[in-house]
Ligand binder design. Structure first.
Ligand code: AP5
Ligand code: ZN
Length: 218
């Protein structure tokens, strides 16, 4: 299974990716998680990316495309993978097409903008694994602590309300056009294009997982 999870910041891509990846036995490729790992390691890429991410803007297409190409060449991607947060611009989607990476599905998780601010402000993350929680909607068993490792959870630097608003603007301008890009491709060239599926991202985490699993079965 090779698929793209598409959706606004805070739509629940990371949350649902964990379940989908477990079911299909495929790695989650989150460009956001990869960039945050580079920031944590203090690498030159991380130092440059931190400023861009904290402003709510996007890291350059060349850097992202290079990172992803390197990642999908790894042996654990041989049976498939899930892209979370990639592609995020038309040039990134074109690069994927040009590299002839065959995809089975593009799954869009649709959440209205109003719901997003509340989700982001209550998010808590375990950086090493990419697991996310929400203080109200999806709390960890022990407050402030990751369920699996017992390590402390953090609040992402880009989850400040002002940065979230900027990220939503950037999504509308640069990423939202991918909805038409993939929906039209699926219509005009169904033999080659990935199947395009949209599910509502409103409701409980379990309900949405159910919708996602169903969408990926037909
Ligand atoms: P990235 O890490 O990709 O962030 P994002 O797309 O903005 O998405 P988020 O991780 O914020 O949201 P999510 O959809 O994963 O939601 P989650 O499951 O956590 O990117 C960060 C930055 O890196 C970018 O701004 C950019 O600078 C850079 N970058 C990354 N990729 C790039 C690329 N390809 N090109 C250029 N730059 C790139 O859920 C959110 C919250 O809601 C959580 O608290 C969760 O517990 C809660 N929640 C989940 N489901 C529900 C539910 N059903 N009901 C209530 N709450 C819920
Ligand atoms: Zn995420």
């Amino acid at each position: 299974m090779r698929l793209i999870l598409l959706g606004a910041p805070g739509a629940g891509k990371g949350t649902q990716a964990a379940f989908i990846c477990q079911k299909y036995g495929i790695p989650q490729i989150s460009t956001g998680d990869m960039l945050r790992a580079a920031v944590k390691a203090g690498s030159p890429l991380g130092l440059a990316a931190k400023k861009v991410m904290d402003s709510g803007a996007l890291v350059s297409d060349d850097i992202i495309i290079g990172l992803v190409k390197e990642r999908i060449a790894q042996p654990d991607c041989a049976n498939g993978f899930l892209f979370d947060g990639f592609p995020r611009t038309i040039p990134q989607a074109d690069a994927l097409k040009a590299a002839d990476v065959k995809l089975d599905y593009v799954l869009e998780i649709d959440v209205p903008f109003e719901a997003i601010i509340e989700r982001m402000s209550g998010r808590r993350s375990h950086t090493a694994s990419g697991r996310t929680y929400h203080v109200k909607f999806n709390p960890p068993k022990v407050p402030g602590v990751d369920d699996v490792t017992g390590e402390p959870l953090i609040q992402r630097d880009d989850d400040k309300e002002e940065t979230v608003r900027k990220r939503l603007e950037v999504y509308a301008a640069q990423t939202r056009p991918l909805v038409d890009y993939y929906a039209n491709w699926a219509k005009t060239d169904p033999a080659k294009a990935p199947k395009y599926r949209v599910i509502s991202g409103m409701g409980s985490v379990e309900d949405i997982t159910g919708r996602a699993m169903q969408a990926l079965e037909n």
